[in-house]
Design a protein around this ligand. Structure first.
Ligand code: AMP
Ligand code: MG
Length: 341
């Protein structure tokens, strides 16, 4: 398959590219599109064959459901039923934006789209290019992250090109993603709201709107053998570079000492930034703030693979605010290998 590369800086200035992407989606094709979180691999959410092709292109297990992206609140009731008032309160506060809600699904939503579940994940992205393409297509767009399954999510078009060339119809380059981690996922389909995946919209912000929010046990720790996942995606090995990642949980001095004492080739540090002066190993910088770490984590992991890193010793983010999302991704990238210093 030939993969078209479409560059869109501003949808108003590149209407032709938006129309081309939308036309591909309408005829059941696959298009990688920029969003504020990460790049998504889109197809019509109502076209079963197109959705099957998403799973194939990514090598994604078919029981891992997709998020359906909308560009208007009017689309929501065509996807979900028995929508609770809390969903409208969250939409008011955070949509368009990096929040996904799990709701009871309408029977018209194909079961392949929801991984066989009776619920559907819905998000209204804020990225102008994603918005323009969804609006122009006239369809709700199912889109997981636009990477090969298991790899760190792509936060720029170059990484989509690496993973998906020859596997999808088009890749739309809209520049680097601002958030850098996938959306916050909250379930409103059960008795109480439950955070399934942390993201840029924080637990604290969700609680401000809803009162109490339960945190799923898979958010901050590994699921036990045989324990079922409320969010199927959380049970898979995820976000992992080829290198081994070891998280070091300690302060600046302990981190620097530990890394400097390691022997062997191709050892790299994944640092916050302010502590690098004393590092004697090559390093890459995630950033000192939660937001910077979120934006850079996945690109750092991919860039470290490009450098030939075999072992990556990474700083351990804290677990509150946006840091909770960074922690959730990095513990998976490290296959839960955390060394207390
Ligand atoms: P991705 O689009 O690759 O970021 O992955 C989407 C995430 O949303 C995965 O972790 C899925 O398991 C989760 N998800 C999507 N739909 C549902 C649903 N109906 N119920 C629970 N989790 C869902
Ligand atoms: Mg993904």
């Amino acid at each position: 398959m030939e993969t078209k590369l479409l560059r869109v800086e501003d949808p108003k200035q590149n209407p032709q590219a938006i129309e081309t992407a939308a036309a591909i989606l309408r005829r059941g094709g696959l298009v990688a599109i920029p969003t504020e979180t990460v790049y998504g691999l889109g197809a019509s959410a109502f076209d079963e064959q197109a959705v099957v092709n998403i799973y194939k292109a990514k090598g994604r297990p078919s029981d891992n459901p997709l998020i359906v992206h909308i560009a208007s609140m009017e689309t929501l009731p065509t996807l979900a039923r028995e929508i609770p008032s809390g969903a409208y309160a969250l939409a008011e506060a955070f949509w368009p934006g990096p929040l996904t809600m799990i709701l009871k699904k309408q029977s018209s939503v194909p079961s392949v789209t929801t991984g066989g579940l009776d619920t559907v994940a819905v998000r209204f992205p804020s990225h102008p290019v994603a918005n323009a393409i969804i609006r122009e297509s006239g369809l709700p767009i199912a889109a997981p992250s636009a990477n090969l399954s298991g790899a760190p999510s792509p936060t720029n078009a170059r990484r989509c090109v690496e993973d998906l060339t020859g596997r999808v119809d088009a890749i739309v380059d809209g520049g680097p993603c601002q958030v850098g981690l996938e959306s916050t996922v909250i379930s409103l389909a059960g008795e109480i709201p439950r955070l399934l995946r942390p993201g840029f919209v924080t637990l604290e912000q969700l609680c401000d709107v809803l009162g109490d929010v339960a945190v799923d046990s898979a958010v901050l720790s590994k699921l036990e053998e045989g324990q079922s996942a409320a969010s199927p995606g959380m049970k898979y090995k995820h976000y992992a570079p080829k290198a081994r990642v070891i998280l070091l949980d300690g302060d600046d001095d302990a981190f620097v000492d530990y890394v400097n004492r390691q022997q062997g080739d191709d050892i790299w540090a994944l640092a916050f930034g302010h502590e690098t002066a004393a590092l004697k190993k090559p390093y890459m910088v995630m950033g000192d703030t939660d937001q910077q770490q979120a934006q850079r984590l996945f690109e750092c992991l991919r860039a470290l693979d490009d450098k030939g890193a075999k072992v990556i010793y990474a700083r351990c983010p804290h677990k509150t605010g946006v840091g909770m999302a960074v922690y959730n991704r990095i513990i998976r990238a490290s296959a839960f290998t955390i060394q207390k210093l």
